[in-house]
Design a protein around this ligand. Structure first.
Ligand SMILES: Cc1cc2nc3c(=O)[nH]c(=O)nc-3n(C[C@H](O)[C@H](O)[C@H](O)COP(=O)(O)OP(=O)(O)OC[C@H]3O[C@@H](n4cnc5c(N)ncnc54)[C@H](O)[C@@H]3O)c2cc1C
Length: 540
């Protein structure tokens, strides 16, 4: 007899001889069924085994006995099938276990092989959004050393609310302790970020570094005032950009420490918020707009006679973004009491005054905040380019803005050894990509490239770098904002503000960036605009 038994491997059926009922040993089923005399049992077994043979009239039994016969036949058949299935399954389980053991053994062998090759030494220069992300991604695979001029990570998008003394999404106000908490909320010591010791952190205490083609020289580090030479197999330059003024940590002088940075905030805040003051903000890009909104919210709340003026040389605010976004933002700012001046360049006329170049309009204030003039942090690369000795600083090519020129598909620095990468704001890229999200994304990509070093198949699968769709949130105080996807406004008001708060919560805890989700978003149209005006900080 032939039975069809499901094959575990493919879900198809295989055929095998069906065991005859009489060969099956008695089991518990026998013990449980109604007792039948021994002779009768023999007759029933004979019936079950022959199955097709008709019974002689003398062998015919009562209806009850016939029912018993049928039950026994079915039970035997079921038992036989179950045994056959068990046999087949255990064979498959055995094969599966064997395959699993083989796979584990092979994996162990591969890991041992790779651990016998020395781990690559990666130096990450600059620990902002890009640098920290690269270090975190690489720490399990390489020996990573991070170098920064200060001792703490600063969540740059949060500095504006902190400056105004507001905690994002908090009804708690502008009392000093709340302001201090707001500052702390956006700063994390590197000692805490890299506390698991898998990443070595070196604080240069300033920006005195020299990049050679095989090492980075840190000047006068660890208070010994001696140079430290750090060799690398791969170098990631992520030194970002610098701002004049308080809205971003300079990373030098007292701002090398967290306490020094908090003191700088506190002083600026005291000047801005003491009451009956006019703060002039220069630059109507994203940074200027967000700053104006934060300060206006504070002035309204404090009701102390303070006011905010925003000067912008372009025809409208946020001229790097589509018109409707600029219009929405301008209306929101005016509604919150900001005086907005657009359409002409203003030149400085004394410490706290500006004069319009076209109409000679004079604007006076008590405090000035510059939301323009960000520069890439590449000074250390330019320093010794005229030195032609073999110990000269690596000759890294810079674009007209001073950013590092890279191959956009690999993020590798053009013209130097292939093992030098530039990520984040320091790299030459479309100005609309000068955002923290892009810095993260680029770092993640480069880290993956380095992880796959020597694995041509994996690198081919990884492919070229593809920037994610633009998804940004512009906050207009704690409870208002605009969320932009591509060129489209997808949310305004409290929803956008909540999104921004969520982003801060996520970033500041260095949770894995949810770029898998971003990758799935279709690219929305982003109309090309004047590149000179697109950087978050470039408008004036
Ligand atoms: C006020 C403000 C608000 C912003 N808001 C947003 C926002 O809401 N959303 C958004 O996506 N983007 C925003 N941006 C832009 C965003 O902050 C940047 O795109 C992002 O910081 C770039 O990250 P990065 O890692 O490339 O560089 P950075 O964050 O600039 O980090 C560079 C790091 O390198 C270190 N460094 C520099 N030079 C040296 C040196 N020579 N030696 C040692 N260390 C060095 C610095 O100390 C710093 O830690 C904002 C920017 C500003 C200024």
């Amino acid at each position: 007899m032939i039975a069809r038994v499901p094959s575990l491997a493919h879900g198809t059926f295989i055929t095998r001889p069906f065991p005859r009922a009489r060969t099956v040993k008695p089991s518990r089923i026998d013990a449980q069924r109604p007792r039948v005399p021994a002779q009768r049992q023999c007759a029933l077994r004979a019936t079950a085994s022959s199955q097709t043979r008709a019974l002689a009239p003398s062998e015919r039994a009562s209806p009850a006995a016939r029912a018993g016969e049928r039950t026994v036949v079915i039970a035997d058949t079921v038992r036989a099938r179950a045994n056959a299935l068990n046999g087949a399954m255990s064979a498959h389980v055995r094969v599966a276990l064997l395959a699993l053991a083989l796979a584990l053994w092979l994996r162990k062998r591969t890991l041992n092989a790779s651990s016998s090759t020395p781990r690559r030494k990666v130096i990450v220069l600059g620990a902002g959004f890009a640098g920290v992300q690269a270090a975190i991604d690489l720490r399990a695979h390489c020996d990573v050393e991070v170098i920064d001029g200060k001792e703490y990570f600063e969540f740059v998008p949060g500095t504006l609310a902190a400056l105004a003394g507001a905690r994002p999404m908090s009804t708690s106000t502008f009392a000093d302790d709340a302001a201090t908490r707001a500052q702390r909320a956006i700063m994390v010591p590197y000692a805490q970020i890299f506390k698991d010791k898998r990443v070595k952190f070196t604080c240069t205490r300033g920006r005195e570094i020299d990049v050679r083609d095989d090492c980075v020289i840190v000047r006068g580090e660890r208070s010994s005032m001696e140079d430290v030479r750090l060799a690398y197999d791969e170098l990631i330059v992520a030194t970002g950009s610098v701002y004049a003024g308080v809205i971003k940590s300079s990373g030098v002088g007292r701002e090398m420490t967290m306490q020094g940075r908090m003191d700088a905030y506190a002083e600026a805040r005291a000047s801005i918020v003491r009451g009956n003051t006019t703060t002039i903000i220069v630059g109507g890009g994203v940074v200027g707009v967000e700053l104006a909104a934060e300060l206006a919210a504070r002035a309204t709340k404090a009701n102390n006679g303070s006011s905010v003026v925003l000067l912008h040389a372009g025809e409208r605010l946020l001229d790097a973004l589509p018109d409707h976004i600029g219009t929405y933002v301008t209306k929101a700012l005016i509604k919150s009491g900001v005086k907005v001046y657009v359409g002409q360049k203003y030149e400085r006329d004394g410490e706290n005054a500006f004069i319009g170049v076209a109409n000679k309009n004079v604007i006076r204030g008590d405090y000035v905040l510059m939301a323009i003039g960000s520069k890439p942090a590449t000074e250390f690369l330019k320093r010794a380019t005229d030195d032609s000795s073999e110990n000269a600083t690596l000759d890294v090519p810079l674009d007209q803005f001073g950013r590092i020129r890279i191959d956009p598909s690999t993020r590798r620095v053009i013209g130097v050894e292939s093992r030098v990468y530039a990520v984040g704001d320091v790299a030459s890229k479309p100005p609309e990509h000068m955002l923290a999200s892009y810095a993260h994304w680029e770092a993640e990509y480069v880290a993956t490239r380095i992880k796959y070093h020597g694995n041509a198949k994996a690198l081919a699968k990884l492919g070229a770098y593809v920037p994610p769709p633009r998804l940004m949130a512009i906050s207009l105080g704690s409870f208002d904002g605009v969320m932009v996807w591509g060129d489209r406004v997808v949310a305004t008001g409290i929803v956008a503000a909540m999104f921004k708060a969520l982003v801060q919560f996520w970033f500041i805890r260095f949770l894995p960036a949810p770029y898998g989700v971003m990758k799935m978003l279709p690219h929305m149209r982003c109309a090309p605009r004047d590149p000179a005006r697109l950087s978050p900080a470039s408008s004036s």
